[in-house]
Design a protein around this ligand. Structure first.
Ligand SMILES: [Zn+2]
Length: 202
């Protein structure tokens, strides 16, 4: 059966062809990316697990340790968020919480719910709903932008006190890289695998 790929920018319909692993299929009309060539679900699961572990590290360990006038404070992600809120920066606090905690948590949780069963060759429960949710969450994926914000904040603080980077910062960096790499996988592969498994079950 012929498989179709529709450009989400201009609605042009294409026939699906195989693309090399690091390649991208582009729309013939608007040249924007149609789908990616990386279809290895096992690798995608591995990257998702890495990102989840990094997420836990980022939320558990201090981002930086500050020493000033004999006092030592450990700045965790949570403390950075509550501090921004207390200092009359509620918008910053909400943006930090959504992009660094809520959005990655949702995305990684949903991906695991789909990828673990798919890799074990069973069709995930509520597959269509989860895929739709992930699509809706897409605009919130901008961890990269906020990593920059964290770096700027650390540099600013370094001028005020003696700062030592912590494991939390390492966690944020790894999580950012892993989430960015997840974007290079072909999500259509999840639909095709679920389809195959659905047919086998019938
Ligand atoms: Zn197009």
């Amino acid at each position: 059966m012929r498989e179709l790929a529709i450009c989400m920018y201009c609605d042009t319909v294409h026939e699906r062809i195989d693309v090399p692993v690091r390649g991208v299929a582009r729309c013939t009309n608007c040249r924007r990316p149609l789908y990616h060539g990386n279809t290895d679900l096992g690798a995608m699961l591995a990257v998702t697990i890495t990102a989840t572990l990094a997420f836990v590290v980022a939320n558990t360990f201090p981002l930086i340790t500050l020493t000033s006038g004999g006092f030592q404070t450990e700045a965790t992600l949570w403390r950075a968020i509550t501090a921004s809120y207390v200092q009359d920066l509620p918008a910053v606090a909400v943006a930090l919480a959504v992009t660094l905690i809520v959005a990655p948590l949702f995305e990684l949780g949903l991906l695991l719910l789909v990828l673990v069963p798919l890799c074990l060759r069973t069709r995930p429960l509520g597959f269509t709903t989860i895929m739709r949710l992930m699509h809706v969450m897409r605009p919130w994926r901008m961890v990269e932008v906020f990593l920059l914000g964290v770096v700027v904040a650390v540099v600013k603080l370094a001028g005020l006190a003696e700062t030592v980077p912590g494991w939390g910062l390492f966690g944020v960096a790894v999580m950012t890289l892993a989430l960015a790499s997840l974007a290079s996988f072909d999500r259509g592969m999840m639909w095709r695998r679920a389809d195959e498994l659905g047919k086998l079950a019938r």
